[in-house]
Design a protein around this ligand. Structure first.
Ligand code: AMP
Length: 115
């Protein structure tokens, strides 16, 4: 159950996180192990384990995750320079926490493909 993941606990305010943005649908907080000068995770308050588990009813919510990522990029001052906003899904995607999240990476040029 994704309610029981560490991100579910962060979304419910049960454990601390360095929150940079929140609203009624999403929470954004700094990654504990940043892979770029700024690395923020944007999660829905609703527990959805993976992108595969999202349905049509979640279409707007997923849009809100990315709009929140763009807002944080603006806040952090690298919107114009550019950034990456990605979702990892399951084992081959490198997903380790099964509560849907967007990684926002910025603050330096990022390699593509990511490997
Ligand atoms: P993923 O591999 O896509 O599931 O991403 C999970 C991310 O969560 C990793 O980048 C971890 O560094 C990060 N992470 C794990 N626990 C925490 C936490 N308590 N607070 C912030 N970031 C975390």
């Amino acid at each position: 159950m994704s309610e029981d993941t560490i991100f579910g606990k962060i979304a419910r305010g049960e454990i601390p996180a360095d929150i940079v943005y929140e609203d009624e649908d999403v929470v954004a907080f700094r990654d504990l192990h940043p892979q770029a000068p700024t690395h923020v995770l944007v999660i829905p308050r609703k527990p959805i384990p993976t992108l595969n588990d999202a349905g049509n009813q979640d279409a707007e919510l997923i849009g809100r995750l990315f709009l929140a990522a763009a807002k944080v990029a603006e806040q952090e001052g690298f919107a114009e320079d550019g950034y990456r906003a990605v979702i990892n899904c399951n084992a081959n995607g490198g997903q380790t926490v099964f509560h849907l999240h967007v990684h926002l990476l910025g603050g330096r040029p990022l390699q593509w493909p990511p490997g």
